[in-house]
Ligand binder design. Structure first.
Ligand code: M6R
Length: 557
């Protein structure tokens, strides 16, 4: 994972890289570091977020840096990037994983200062024979795995290398920018590196070491500066942005209009794929499209393999907020390799996964900063509801303004603080429900685990008596959800729990009086749980935007 950012130009390079990395912290925030050039590269590093990084007083016109999500080696100062070669000749930052790092490390007769695979890259480079350009190119043969690299030499030359992990280069009147995420770049002329590109930047000149041209395209970044406004955290802000995000997604889907029918028409089988929250929206998708006579299944991307030819009647649908999730990209590439058709539903129109797609549908949630997916989940669910309506020819019933008003009214009326206070000392929580409520609880459970560090167990209500009931005692808390018309549905289960001394919290979902189409109910139902996980985090004194050990975008398998 990790974010990498670089700058070469007339502005203060350290500051440019610092602000660029701020936008990339969603890729990891265990530790961070910046190398800046002033008569050789100097390095500032810190564990924790960029707020802990010391800013130098000296100016520099070349700098690059890294914000880390630890994969190889613990979170400590030594393992923090940038890493310098044993002889001081090269400095590197790296996003990705080197699969043969252990083997290479054993063969290199140098002293290592860190446990990282990244330090192996830079020491390997320093021990190779030949001119620097050819040594750089040799890395493609020697390194197994995935990487986006910025390498600096002690003379101030910069090299960019890419295999699998994304890297972009942008030129504008201020200088040259490099980033692992396009959306963190300013406007200018853009080049998205291809696999096995090796680019050298020296004295303002940019050369592709393979001799190929660097085709630039115009890029305008119209993303507004993301500010918290009156909110304390991005997670809270993003939950309250749900109605607006749904409205944006609706308008976008309306512009696609007949496209949706065209996309689905040739197919008889649909396979939904995603990870984490996006997988849960796939499960809702299965429910919402179930009357449409498709043969359907859903899979976690990390657990999906294609080992036979894909029929031409079969559409794969990958849902990914970021479009950068490595597990999803691997499946997307496999679908392409098997000549299958792929629809991608994503919030990031220029993301890596869209390049593998035959069809793309965007969720228009605008940028989501908090690690927990909230408004993007609701937009994914909305997209499936919209598709289901469109394919059933029921779109004429969709009064978007009414839906948005209802969502706003509903959100404003929610008060989960008392429940958050009641649950704040729990370290485990069982959540039970049936049918589509069970899917809502899968997502609710993930949120409470992710943000509050509570061990949660989502269960089908009927399954409790088949083993899990033995967990129940007077210290147990069970949260139940029943949004079906039949209010007696969970009664027996609740009795089973209370008669064993367990505590039951029956979650009431009081939807607005205005009638709500059933397909939109999952969007309403998840909101109290998103807010609950947020409030529990506040009660526990945790930062809901940056839960420990995680990153927003999981760009390693
Ligand atoms: O960017 P993606 O939608 O592909 O991300 C998938 C998961 O990593 C993501 O949904 C994760 O589960 C969320 N942080 C949960 O809130």
């Amino acid at each position: 994972m990790c974010g990498i950012y670089g700058y070469i130009g007339k502005l203060n390079a350290f500051d440019e890289v610092y602000s660029g990395l701020k936008m990339l912290q969603y890729r990891g925030y265990d530790s961070c570091g910046i190398a800046y050039f002033n008569d050789g590269f100097k390095i500032e590093k810190a564990t924790g977020t960029l707020n802990n990084l010391k800013k130098p007083t000296e100016k520099s016109e070349i700098a690059f840096g890294h914000t880390r999500w630890a994969t190889n080696g613990r979170v400590n100062y030594e393992n923090t990037h940038p890493h310098v070669s044993y002889n001081g000749e090269f400095v590197v930052v790296h996003n990705g994983i080197i699969d043969n790092a252990d083997e290479l490390r054993q063969n290199l007769k140098v002293d290592f200062k860190s446990e990282t695979d990244t330090e192996v890259i830079v020491n390997l480079l320093a021990t190779l024979p030949g001119e620097t350009d050819s040594r750089i190119l040799q890395l493609f043969d020697l390194l197994k795995g995935s990487y986006a690299l910025i390498i600096g030499t002690k003379g101030g030359t910069i090299y960019l290398l890419k295999k699998f992990n994304p890297l972009n280069l942008l030129i504008n009147s201020d200088g040259i920018y490099i980033s692992s995420d396009i959306s963190s770049l300013k406007s200018g002329s853009l080049y998205t590196l291809n696999d096995y590109d090796a680019i050298k930047i020296e004295n303002g000149e940019i050369i592709n070491l393979r001799g190929e041209e660097i085709p630039l395209i115009d890029y305008t970044n119209d993303i507004k500066k993301l500010a918290l406004g009156n909110f304390e955290h991005f997670m809270e802000k993003e939950i309250y942005e749900t109605p607006r995000a749904i409205f944006g997604t609706y308008n976008y889907l309306e512009e696609q209009n007949n496209n949706i029918k065209k996309i689905f028409k040739p197919f008889k089988k649909l396979t939904f794929i995603g990870c984490g929250t996006a997988y849960h929206s796939c499960l809702v998708g299965l429910e919402l499209l179930k009357d449409l006579n498709f043969e359907m299944d859903a899979h976690l991307a990390s657990n999906y393999e294609i080992n036979k030819p894909i029929s031409k009647n079969h559409l794969h649908i990958i849902v990914s907020q970021s479009g950068e999730t490595a597990d999803c990209i691997k499946v997307a590439e496999s679908i392409k390799a098997h000549k299958g058709k792929l629809l991608v539903i994503t919030n990031e129109g220029r993301s890596t996964i869209t390049r593998c797609a035959d069809y793309v549908l965007l969720t228009k949630a605008e940028k989501e900063i908090a690690v927990a997916s909230t408004k993007t989940y609701s937009c994914q669910v909305f997209t499936f509801a919209y598709i289901a309506n469109k394919l059933k020819n029921e779109n004429q019933d969709l009064d978007i303004q009414k839906l948005v008003n209802n969502l706003n009214e509903y959100l404003t009326g929610l008060n989960v603080k008392p429940l958050a206070k009641e649950l704040k000392n729990l370290d485990k929580l069982i959540l039970v429900g049936k049918d589509i409520d069970y899917i809502t609880l899968l997502e609710a459970s993930l949120k409470i685990r992710e943000i509050d560090y509570v061990y949660t167990l989502p269960m089908y209500s009927g399954e409790l008596k088949h083993g899990t009931l033995s967990l129940i005692d007077e210290n147990s808390y069970v949260l139940t959800l029943n949004t079906s018309e039949n209010k007696n549905k969970l009664k027996t289960v609740i009795n089973e729990i209370t008669s064993r001394g367990g505590n039951v919290v029956e979650c009431e979902i009081n939807l607005p009086q205005n009638q709500i189409q059933p397909c939109f109910k999952p969007i309403f139902n998840i909101l109290p749980f998103q807010l609950l996980s947020y409030q529990i985090a506040l009660e526990k004194g945790l930062n809901p935007d940056m839960p420990r050990n995680l990153a927003k975008s999981v760009t390693v398998e």
